[in-house]
Design a protein around this ligand. Sequence first.
Ligand code: GTP
Ligand code: MG
Length: 228
Amino acid sequence: MTELQNGNGQEFHSVSASGEKREHLYKVLVIGDLGVGKTSVIKRYVHQFFSQHYRATIGVDFALKVINWDADTLIRLQLWDIAGQERFGNMTRVYYKEAVGAFIVFDVTRVSTFEAVAKWKNDLDSKVQLPNGSNIPVVLLANKCDQAKEGLVQNNSQMDEYCKDKGFIGWFETSAKENINIDEAARFLVTSILTNDKENPVDRDQDKDKIDLDAHDAGESEGKGSCC
Ligand code: GTP
Ligand code: MG
């Protein structure tokens, strides 16, 4: 197999005997209130790991998930794990730049975190759009579903209505602890991102602005840092 690289050292295509494999690098945001489980969802998704121990994220953390989507497509999801304490601040605009999809997470045991969902969605929609001007696709995650639920999330049809109303492409009850629905939610979001990308391909040069997480094709990696 031959790796073709651009000047930046990021490979875009792998050429094998069967032909060319398309690679996509997508920036995906993970936002929501303090302690709802954003970092835990990412750790479960990328590393199959969960800890009860809570350590608040400071600023933003990064993780990379490499997905062998199909025989012809490899996807690198650059996950931006934004601290709940960044809440609608000036930094969110910088963090959101060039994202093509997002998860908004709330905690089913704390109604206040659900009430904040609309604020996170408004913040997002006001600060980032796809190149064609439309909102980026956002999936709502009702996390900690292994625990007793409070409020709206007890009623599925009301949640469906809420998501339609607020412009979410869908919602999933998830548990980082019990590994429930996280892969499914990610697949759903990536499907939407791929559809948008096919309809309005993003200029490849924009990928150069993204942080190189140096995955070395290992499947996944993680980094910490402040942004831009
Ligand atoms: P900030 O970084 O402060 O914004 O928080 P966060 O959203 O990243 O939350 P984090 O992933 O650190 O999780 C907060 C706490 O909730 C930790 O103690 C986790 O163990 C716990 N937690 C996360 N997901 C779940 C879950 O699905 N079920 C249960 N029972 N606990 C969870
Ligand atoms: Mg965190």
